[in-house]
Ligand binder design. Structure first.
Ligand SMILES: Nc1ncnc2c1ncn2[C@@H]1O[C@H](COP(=O)(O)OP(=O)(O)OP(=O)(O)O)[C@@H](O)[C@H]1O
Length: 254
């Protein structure tokens, strides 16, 4: 089979992910926190959605629940045509290994491993070690074909994030989840990472990204805004200034 490393697994329908009335409550009784309140969101395949909102508004919870890493207390989560609302711990582990990709602000690469060993790791953990060509191709797609044998400390922050993206993409995830992927990068490195993410959506990848940066959100197709666990606003195709002003209004209403 000849596929590019960026080609996502077929989702089966035009919808890569849907949340319906998703609610997540941490704790119980008077000390319970409603981290997510009746959130409904549908991601079309190949779309890129940014999530913004004040600190504590539920952004990370939304990502965790959408990725199946955390459960909802009520509502429904469907990933790539599979209802994962009631997935067991074992099923969630398999989901994490096989069907989603995650990128974090601080890259989370393993320092003792080379770039190519980091990229190969998810498939090795899944019991399907990739060939060297597959790994090299994934690194070439993020512009790091020449850095395969470098360790994270020998790479810049932007390069480390690109290795992390190659690692997240190697399983051909149905959705790529990114939590502040540009948060630790300078603006030039951030731009390279955002351009790479745009390229991935052109190849069919669906992306859900949490960010505090209006410029990063402006690179996405649509931005949804959370406040107190509720999805209260959304804007498509807006520039950074428009997104920043929406955020100011939203924070002022607190
Ligand atoms: N494991 C947990 N146990 C208890 N409360 C939690 C837990 N995780 C999150 N919360 C609470 O749920 C709410 C939403 O948290 P979440 O981390 O999703 O917000 P966020 O928008 O990602 O915040 P930030 O921008 O600061 O990262 C907060 O009030 C938080 O304190």
């Amino acid at each position: 089979m000849t596929t590019t490393a960026f080609e996502p697994a077929p989702a089966g329908t035009g919808t890569a992910l849907s949340l319906t009335g998703a609610t997540r409550i941490y704790g119980a009784g008077e000390t319970g926190v409603i981290a997510l309140r009746d959130v409904s969101l549908e991601l079309r395949q190949s779309s890129w959605t940014a999530v913004m909102g004040p600190s504590g508004s539920g952004k990370s919870t939304l990502l965790q629940v959408a990725a199946g890493l955390d459960r909802v207390d009520s509502g429904r989560v469907v990933l790539g045509g599979t209802d994962i609302t009631h997935a067991s711990d074992q099923e969630r582990t398999e989901l994490r290994r096989e069907r989603i990709g995650f990128v974090f602000q601080n890259f989370n690469l393993i320092g003792a491993l080379t770039a190519e060993q980091n990229v190969a790791l998810p498939l090795e953990l899944a019991g399907r070690p990739p060939g060297r060509d597959t790994v090299r191709q994934a690194l070439a797609l993020v512009g790091l074909g020449e850095r395969a044998t470098h360790r994270p400390r020998e790479l810049s922050g932007g390069q480390q994030q690109r290795v992390a993206i190659a690692r997240a993409m190697i399983t051909r995830p149905q959705v790529l989840f990114a939590d502040e992927p540009t948060g630790a990068l300078d603006s030039a490195a951030a731009r390279v990472v955002l351009e790479l993410m745009r390229e991935m959506t052109r190849s069919g990848q669906t992306i859900l990204m949490v960010t505090h940066d209006p410029a990063a959100a402006a690179a996405a197709d649509e931005t949804v805004f959370l406040r107190d666990g509720q999805l209260i606003d959304r804007v498509a195709g807006a520039d950074a200034t428009t997104i920043a002003s929406r955020l100011v209004v939203l924070e002022a209403r607190r």
